[in-house]
Each structure stands twice: as structure tokens, then as C-alpha cells.
Design a protein around this ligand. Structure first.
Ligand SMILES: [Zn+2]
Length: 468
């Protein structure tokens, strides 16, 4: 058996690992690399293998940095099976189409520039039709069921507790004359005690572990504190007649914030202000959330069973906004309100319009609830830069900018180590991926202290051969 580390190696983006065994090739993840525009385009377009040679793809969850290059894989001739949970498949239906739309828009924009330079037009990495075509290749599997994915390879998904449908992939691999090797892939590991989702499943004993390390060197604020701060900020801001703008990813973060607000409203703690979710993707994704109660934790199930509160993602004062007209009307809205809108890092989408209309008024608050990549508008806001550019125009930042990190969907250092500890001493090889070099190295060090042997932080292109 060989494992090729092809993406999310010493970085958090573009997840992709290839397992070659018994003459088959099984891909773990097929994510989009997100970084500087030109580099991303080239890297995502040119797959580091022949797509036709891949027999199966195992997908841990629907986030674009794990799933976003699937349409390109199919466009390039992949005809195997994509294994995922049911919720992951349904989220991919919404997200891959959205991603295709962005690819097409970006290419149209780039082509305007190219035509001015007399260059021929470029093609998008994939189109909307490619995204739809790729949905034909999914085969969904529930948690805890072992399925054959290639000769001698069985795969079982276990709940990763990270986003709806997220899974750990546990592979049992039999090679003739070599015995059995158990490989555990963490995908993205979630946190304990988070709203909506169950806690990550305990790690089954394994010989090889591939583990993420996004927050391998950091500890998060507890979630209950985050919810109380959210409530206080809304209360203060709305009392002053201001608005709270929350840039949020359409998948996961938006639904968590909505559910928090719903609980606070039920408890009589949320001030009586209108709440809007303004993102067409978030509206679609919330529909997928509603379709998958099998992924909810006990608390949400009890919440749904409790009298009239049937929908965790809807309450009286909440309105979901799909149309452009209704979104524009929000700009004219007088008085306090909470507006949740995408994109999460403020780089695109409707949140930019809301920021443009609110950022110069000191009564308003911009509330950042997720990690912000360097050089994004969200990062500049969190750094409290005095002015920011929105749609090419400079605006003074007079609104207050606040950050709550207690909503992170990733396990922190303690969560990662606590999850791996029970199996650490039995591990023959551990590969730390999906983290920048510092957190990856810090987690590798921690795992070594727990007794894991041969802990490595592979670089992109590294190949590991299992020899008995
Ligand atoms: Zn993720």
C-alpha cells in the first residue's frame, strides 16, 4: 500500500490524499485549493493524477476545501464511485453548484481582462453542468455501516461532529500475504458540546492515523460563553439603535447562529429585533439541514419534540432572504436588526453590501464568528484597520468590530489530543495534515508525547509505503 499526500499538506486547504492498494486507487477527498488566485487556478485545474485511473473517492464532508474539485475530477474522466454520508451528498448538491457558479463568474471576469490584452478566453475549471453531472457518481452510506470501496478495502463512516454529515473514515485494508491494516482518517474533527451536532465518535483502534491539525496549537473559548457574548452584544447594540452584521459561512456557522438566537429568543433573552439570514446558499443549505434530523444531537431532537418549537432553524422574528430585491430593501431598513450574511470572510456575496451600508456608523457592530484568512476583508476588519476597501471604494471603519471564536467547528488542541489519546499507543504511523506548519508541528509533538510512533508532517507530494 502507498499513501500519496497531494493536498492539505502543511496547509489547511485543498485536501487530497491518494491510497494505492491491490491495484486500485482510492482517493480521500478532492478539495479545492484556496489561496492566491493564479496559483489556485493552476493547481485546481491540473489534477496531480489521471482522473480516469481513480476507482473510488471517499469524501469526509461537504466543505469546499474537501469536496470542491469533484466536478473537475468527473470532467477529467473519473467514472468510479464517490462514497459519502447522505447529508454530505445533499450538501454537495447545493455547494458544488454554487462553487461552479463562482468558477464561471471568476472566469468571465478574467476573460474581460484577457480580451483587452488580446489573449484567447480561458475556460472555467468546471461549469454548472459539470457540477450537476458529478452528482450522479455519489453513493451514500449511513454512519456505522461497513462497505467495500475497492478490492480488499472496507470503509466505515463514523460521526466527526464537524458539520452536518461530516465523517471520520475508518478503512480496513487486506493485502494478500500482508494481513490487515486499519487506517483512520479524521477528515475535519469537530468539537464536543456544540449545538446541533453530536460529539465526534470515539476513535477506533488503528495502525495508521491521518489527522487534521487546524488548531493544533490553540485552545478555543467554550461555546456557552460565546452564546452569552452574542446575546449581550445584540442587546447593547440594539439598545443604541444599531445593527449587528454577522458575516457567516452558509454551511454550519449560519445554522448554528440561528439556532443560538432561537434558543435565546425562547429563553426571553434576545431583544425584540428582526433577524435576517441574507444568503441564497444559506437558504438552500438550511433546507438540507432540515432534511437530516438523523444527524442531530439529543438536545436538538428534544427541542424539536417540545411543543410548538418544531423547527430549530426558524422562529417568528427570523426571515430568510433569497431575492436580490428583498436583500436590497434591507439597506433601507431603519432601526435595530441582526443581519447574518455570506461570505464568511467578507470577500464576496451580499455581506459586502451590508458592510458598505453600516460600517461608517458607530452605533453598528460587525461581529466576526469565524477564522479569517490573511488578506481578506474580514481579516482587515478584525485587525481594526482604520479604513477598508469595499467594491473598490475606501470606507472609514466607524462601526465596532467584535470577534467571537467560540463557534469554531474544529476541535482545538485539547480536543484533537483528547480524541487521539485512547488509541495513540497502538498507532504504528501517524500523519498530521490539514494545518499550517506551526499548529501541525505542535500537534505532532503532542501526539508523540501520547505514545504515537513515527509521527510525521508530510509535505505535498510525499509518498508513504507501508511495508510489513
Ligand atoms: Zn471542514
Amino acid at each position: 500500500m502507498e499513501i500519496h499526500f497531494l493536498g492539505a499538506a502543511q496547509t489547511v486547504t485543498g485536501s487530497q490524499h491518494l491510497i494505492s492498494v491491490n491495484g486500485s486507487r482510492v482517493l480521500l477527498e478532492c478539495g479545492l485549493f484556496q489561496g492566491k488566485r493564479r496559483e489556485s487556478f493552476e493547481r485546481n485545474r491540473n489534477l496531480p493524477f489521471d482522473a480516469k485511473s481513480i476507482d473510488a473517492l471517499i469524501l469526509s464532508h461537504a466543505h469546499i476545501d474537501h469536496s470542491g474539485n469533484i466536478p473537475n475530477l468527473v470532467r477529467n474522466g473519473f467514472r468510479g464511485v464517490i462514497y459519502s454520508t447522505f447529508a454530505t451528498r445533499d450538501l454537495c448538491s447545493a455547494m458544488l453548484r454554487d462553487s461552479a457558479h463562482i468558477q464561471e463568474q471568476d472566469t468571465a471576469y478574467a476573460n474581460k481582462k484577457r480580451s483587452r490584452k488580446g489573449l484567447p478566453p480561458a475556460e472555467p475549471i468546471y461549469t454548472y453542468d459539470d457540477a450537476i453531472a458529478s452528482l450522479e457518481y455519489f453513493v451514500s452510506v449511513g454512519y456505522g455501516r461497513s462497505v467495500p470501496v475497492a478490492p480488499g478495502v472496507q470503509c466505515t463512516f463514523l460521526d466527526a461532529g464537524h458539520i452536518l454529515g461530516s465523517a471520520l473514515a475508518f478503512l480496513e485494508i487486506e493485502e494478500p500475504g500482508q494481513g490487515k491494516t486499519r487506517l483512520l482518517f479524521s477528515g475535519d474533527l469537530g468539537r464536543k458540546d456544540m449545538p446541533i451536532l453530536r460529539d465526534p465518535a470515539p476513535a477506533p483502534e488503528a495502525d495508521i492515523l491521518i489527522i487534521e491539525s487546524t488548531y493544533g496549537d490553540r485552545v478555543h473559548e467554550p461555546h456557552e460563553k460565546a452564546e452569552q457574548r452574542l446575546c449581550r452584544l445584540i442587546d447593547e447594540t440594539c439598545n443604541d439603535g444599531g445593527k449587528v452584521i454577522i458575516p457567516a459561512f452558509s454551511v454550519g456557522r449560519t445554522q448554528e447562529i440561528v439556532y443560538s438566537l432561537h434558543r435565546l429568543a425562547n429563553a426571553g433573552q434576545l431583544p425584540d429585533v428582526p433577524v435576517f439570514v441574507d444568503s441564497p446558499l444559506a437558504v438552500n443549505v438550511t433546507e438540507v439541514f432540515r432534511l437530516h434530523p438523523e444527524c442531530y444531537d439529543e438536545e436538538v431532537r428534544a427541542f424539536m419534540n417540545h411543543g410548538r418549537h418544531l423547527d430549530p432553524f426558524g422562529f417568528e422574528r427570523l426571515r430568510y432572504i433569497r431575492s436580490v430585491e428583498a436583500s436590497k430593501e434591507l439597506n433601507e431598513l431603519q432601526g435595530p436588526a441582526v443581519i447574518i450574511s455570506a461570505s464568511g470572510m467578507c470577500e464576496a456575496g451580499r455581506v459586502q453590501h451590508h458592510l458598505k451600508h453600516t460600517i461608517t456608523d458607530p452605533r453598528n457592530v460587525v461581529l466576526i464568528v469565524s477564522w479569517q484568512a490573511p488578506h481578506t476583508l474580514g481579516r482587515r476588519l478584525i485587525e481594526r484597520q482604520p479604513t477598508v476597501k469595499i467594491f473598490g471604494e475606501e470606507f472609514p471603519v466607524r462601526a465596532r468590530v467584535e470577534a467571537i471564536n467560540g463557534y469554531s467547528a474544529h476541535a482545538d488542541r485539547n480536543g484533537l489530543l483528547g480524541w487521539a489519546e485512547p488509541i495513540a499507543r497502538g498507532l504504528q504511523h501517524t500523519f498530521v495534515v490539514h494545518g499550517d506548519p506551526e499548529p501541525a508541528a505542535a500537534l505532532a509533538d503532542g501526539l508523540g508525547r501520547l505514545g504515537a510512533r513515527n509521527v510525521a508532517v508530510p509535505e505535498r507530494g510525499a509518498v508513504f509505503r507501508v511495508v510489513d
